[in-house]
Ligand binder design. Sequence first.
Ligand SMILES: *[C@@H]1O[C@H](CO)[C@@H](O)[C@H](O)[C@H]1NC(C)=O
Ligand SMILES: *[C@@H]1O[C@H](CO)[C@@H](O)[C@H](O)[C@H]1NC(C)=O
Ligand SMILES: *[C@@H]1O[C@H](CO)[C@@H](O)[C@H](O)[C@H]1NC(C)=O
Ligand SMILES: *[C@@H]1O[C@H](CO)[C@@H](O)[C@H](O)[C@H]1NC(C)=O
Length: 206
Amino acid sequence: MKTSSVSLLLGVCVLLLSAPTVSAVSLYVSPNHQQFFKGDRYVSLSCVDDGQTADGWRVKRTRGVSTEGCSTAADFRRFNNSFCVLDLSVSSGGSFWCENSSGQKSDEVFIAVSEKQLILEIPALPVNTGSNVTLLCKPRNGSAKKSYFFRGKVKLGHGPEGKWILHNVQQSDEGLYSCSTLIHQSPQSRLKVKGQSSDITPALKI
Ligand SMILES: *[C@@H]1O[C@H](CO)[C@@H](O)[C@H](O)[C@H]1NC(C)=O
Ligand SMILES: *[C@@H]1O[C@H](CO)[C@@H](O)[C@H](O)[C@H]1NC(C)=O
Ligand SMILES: *[C@@H]1O[C@H](CO)[C@@H](O)[C@H](O)[C@H]1NC(C)=O
Ligand SMILES: *[C@@H]1O[C@H](CO)[C@@H](O)[C@H](O)[C@H]1NC(C)=O
């Protein structure tokens, strides 16, 4: 390990010890993807705190200019206040988060529901620093084909079976990812990388 990363780690430890306690409630998405095909079945959204359902927190979302809770939205099936299921046969997705009655919010997850032919399967939840993340370029029908992977507008390379692995991900790998085949293109989704100081000091997040 380089000296700079050692001192960075030390810095992070100091931050961890001195950081004020902030809400650890997050939106949990299952299956853990950000892109779905219109006509897929369901994706469930819940508010969790340390692996447990977070009482008093509700799943909310915005679509265009309106904000709604899962108890009112037509494309949601609600099981209780903090556990909702999005019906992908009718939903057009949106931006989702958890919120409590004081207006405290979790991080947002943007879910794209595509009517087109190609999606990128990329984790909805932040991934751990140092992990390997598999991106899958998935056609609506048929099996995965040779696909090109992009971060922003930069081509990362191609995967013969529609698969691309990001090895040992770091904060610098955060960004918007997409994929394409010769004829189709997926929407873009943001990869979030957990850890370092961005998790505990949201004010510093870019
Ligand atoms: C909302 O969450 C914040 C942060 O966890 C907490 O301080 C506040 O008391 C919560 N409000 C209610 C009504 O539970
Ligand atoms: C909400 O419903 C889900 C699924 O049925 C369940 O796992 C969870 O414990 C429930 N939460 C509360 C607060 O009842
Ligand atoms: C990531 O992939 C590399 C190369 O395949 C492997 O050596 C490493 O153990 C993997 N790391 C994790 C955390 O799985
Ligand atoms: C999917 O199937 C439909 C109907 O069979 C066909 O028209 C379409 O081209 C197929 N799409 C892909 C990406 O193969």
